[in-house]
Design a protein around this ligand. Structure first.
Ligand SMILES: Nc1ncnc2c1ncn2[C@@H]1O[C@H](COP(=O)(O)OP(=O)(O)OP(=O)(O)O)[C@@H](O)[C@H]1O
Length: 279
């Protein structure tokens, strides 16, 4: 339904997302990558909030033009901090679509309607996140764009919110650092590094057998999935300005990596790495 085609995004004159082609496919799509890799920037473009400097965002096969209809169908779910602190949460939900009964929306996300009269600070983090989800669902969107929807929550609350999201029929694009979250909610995932998609494919396979060395590093950095966290150096991680952006950190880099690798299809995976077929 929504597709970025060769999209480059910039703030001012600085491009931060480069030539990304990515489609929101059924079953949930995950966007993973380290801080600063461009995930939120890409999400903003998918929400029609940032115009590509190159390429196009297609909705139903056509460039985004009628933003009003589009904005109802594609809803953001950001962190609970985005709620107005002065507004009672029932009103926050009702504002999204006054014709929709607030109580049934609250019940749909597992919230007691009796909480409608409270302000955000009078709720727990998990309850606030449910309010944000109820607000987004009020307009019956076709697609939810979720940016780190559970990262501020403790693990048990996180698990309940994931359960709620997994049970929704609405399609989703989910941005997260958390690989456990994409494996639960997204059939397909895309790994972003320095503003480029370096690997895409079915989430389960991509995490079980990463083909790009960066996906491999992400996978190995999750303690509960095996391996130990990478050593912190205190410095910002380096990225190369030319060639493969990952080559200065890559244990497998070879001189060929000074030339930027184009993504190639390997089975149902797409990988931008000169060594992917060898691996
Ligand atoms: N409003 C802005 N103006 C200028 N540069 C920005 C702006 N927002 C983000 N950037 C820059 O764009 C790059 C990508 O940022 P973005 O927020 O998309 O990354 P991210 O992958 O979502 O990171 P995080 O996981 O930390 O949220 C970063 O280098 C960031 O500094």
């Amino acid at each position: 339904m929504l597709k970025a085609e060769n999209v480059t995004l910039a703030y001012g004159r600085t491009p931060v997302v480069h030539d990304v082609t990515l489609e929101i496919t059924p079953g949930g799509v995950g966007l993973i990558g380290e801080s600063g890799s461009g995930k939120t920037t890409l999400a903003r473009a998918f929400l029609g909030l940032l115009k590509p400097v190159k390429g196009v965002i297609l909705y139903g096969g056509r460039p985004l033009t009628d933003l009003r209809a589009f904005r109802r169908e594609v809803q953001p779910v950001f962190q609970a901090e985005s709620l107005d602190p002065r507004m009672r949460v029932g009103r926050s939900i009702a504002e999204a679509r006054p014709a929709m009964p607030v109580a049934s929306l609250m019940e749909a996300v597992g919230l007691d309607p009796a909480l409608a009269g409270r302000r955000p600070h009078e709720l727990s983090g998990g309850q606030r996140q449910r309010v944000v989800i109820a607000r987004a669902l009020a307009v019956e969107p076709r697609l939810l764009i979720l940016d780190e929807p559970t990262s501020a929550l403790d693990v048990t609350v996180q698990a309940r919110i994931l359960e709620l999201l997994a049970g929704l029929e609405t399609e989703r694009l989910l941005i997260t650092h958390n690989l456990a979250v994409v494996s639960r909610l997204c059939r397909t995932s895309h790994v972003l590094f320095a503003g480029r998609v370096v690997e895409s494919g079915p989430t389960a396979e991509l995490l079980a057998r990463p083909m790009h060395p960066y996906t491999r590093a992400l996978r190995e950095a999750v303690p509960e999935l095996g391996g130990s966290p990478p050593a912190a150096t205190g410095a910002e991680p380096v990225t190369a300005a030319t060639g493969c952006a990952y080559r200065l950190r890559c244990p497998l880099a070879v001189p060929a990596c000074e030339e930027r690798p184009e993504p190639v299809a390997i089975g149902d995976r797409r990988v931008a790495c000169h060594r992917a077929t060898e691996l």
